[in-house]
Design a protein around this ligand. Structure first.
Ligand SMILES: NC(=O)c1ccc[n+]([C@@H]2O[C@H](COP(=O)([O-])OP(=O)(O)OC[C@H]3O[C@@H](n4cnc5c(N)ncnc54)[C@H](OP(=O)(O)O)[C@@H]3O)[C@@H](O)[C@H]2O)c1
Length: 331
């Protein structure tokens, strides 16, 4: 049985990754923190492991003791007002892990890094409007820049057999940020930002984790995949699909000009600082909402892994919304 370490196991994607890995018969080690919420990690077959990514010596000890066959480094910081935290968690932690693997001579047969489409930034900066491996990265957030730094470091380490996964917006049961859009539409408001529709891409969490595990178990090495469901959706269509999945006939459609959204993001972030919270609408988020297109090329996913999404956006939204209803997130 192959031993796999999955970091960020307590998060939204991590919980689904752990389940899929167990179903594939892997011996799963879920890296969590003392403070992590473990309510979605109830399976007896999960081995828990507490990792301090700041401490390279303890990382070396853990790797030496466990000698993992496979590692999926999925832990990541997606929202913080502090720039340095993005770079510390998303880039330095990966660097510490890789150095500890090399120094303890316990390099796994595959090291999969969950990066993000944000590392490459919006597609309108590319020559043909499509993000590909050859595109010049143009991240518009510190989150994206920190993921790009981690990717560049990993690519520079010839000792490591890596796979880089760059998911677009991931949705599905238990997800908390896109949920706010469903909640608003459920209350009767369809909000769009800017006067031109954005071109959006999505991936359902179950399809994403299948890709992550397929590529981790695949013998190809040093490859990177942009992951979406292979479709492009306008922001208007996205809202409409959510409204339909919610079973609402109509709603109030509100288009906010970008300068106004920037002001709202700025105010929300400043207010959050006073209350010690970090709002879903923040300055970084506005940079993403302002982007015209998140169109990405997943051709190599089809060629290498025979990828075919099982969920169209409408199906995934229906399944997610049924889950939110069942768990009383949505009335
Ligand atoms: N969701 C998306 O749309 C999306 C899109 C592209 C890429 N990604 C990437 O996919 C990965 C998983 O994202 P997610 O949506 O599942 O996020 P999430 O729900 O916020 O989960 C993040 C995970 O990372 C762990 N983590 C965060 N900071 C940490 C730290 N300082 N030390 C140790 N562990 C830490 C969290 O542990 P705790 O539970 O203890 O906080 C949690 O398990 C991330 O790398 C993210 O950047 C996500």
């Amino acid at each position: 049985m192959q031993k796999i370490l999955i970091t960020g196991a307590s998060g939204f994607v991590g919980g689904f990754l752990v389940n899929d890995a167990i179903n594939r018969g892997l011996e799963v080690y879920a890296a969590v923190r003392k403070s992590s919420n473990l309510q979605n990690l109830k399976d007896d077959r999960i081995n828990f492991i507490f990792i301090d990514f700041e401490d390279k010596e303890s990382l070396k000890e853990i790797f030496f003791k466990n000698n993992f066959d496979l590692i999926i480094h999925n832990a990541g910081l997606t929202k913080t007002p502090i720039k340095e935290q993005y770079f510390n968690v998303n880039a330095t932690y990966l660097e510490n892990m890789v150095e500890a693997l090399i120094e303890s001579n316990t390099i796994p047969s595959k090291f999969t890094f969950i990066s993000s489409l944000a590392a490459y930034g919006p597609a309108e900066y590319t020559t043909n409007g499509l993000l590909t491996e050859d595109s010049e990265p143009h991240p518009v957030t510190n989150y994206g820049r920190s993921k790009l730094q981690a990717e560049r470091y990993l690519k520079s380490k010839s000792e490591i057999n890596y796979t880089i996964i760059r998911p677009t917006a991931v949705y599905g049961p238990r997800e908390k940020d896109l949920f706010k859009v469903y909640d608003l539409i459920n209350k009767g408001i369809e909000l769009t930002v800017g006067f031109t529709d954005q071109k959006l891409t999505f991936i359902y969490v179950k399809d994403l984790v299948r890709v992550i595990l397929d590529s981790t178990l695949d013998s190809r090495k040093n490859v990177a995949y942009f992951v979406s469901d292979l479709e492009i959706y306008s922001s208007t269509l996205y809202n409409e699909l959510i409204r339909k999945a919610l079973g609402r006939k109509r709603s109030f459609k509100l288009r906010l000009p970008i300068p106004l959204v920037k002001i709202l993001g700025f105010i929300a972030e400043k207010a959050g600082k006073l209350t010690g919270s970090y709002p879903a609408l923040n300055i970084e988020k506005v940079n993403e909402l302002e982007a015209k297109s998140w169109n990405c090329d997943s051709k190599n996913l089809i060629e290498d892994l025979n990828f075919k999404p099982t969920y169209k956006l409408s199906d995934g939204l229906e399944e997610s919304i049924a889950w939110y209803r069942k768990h009383n997130w949505l009335k």
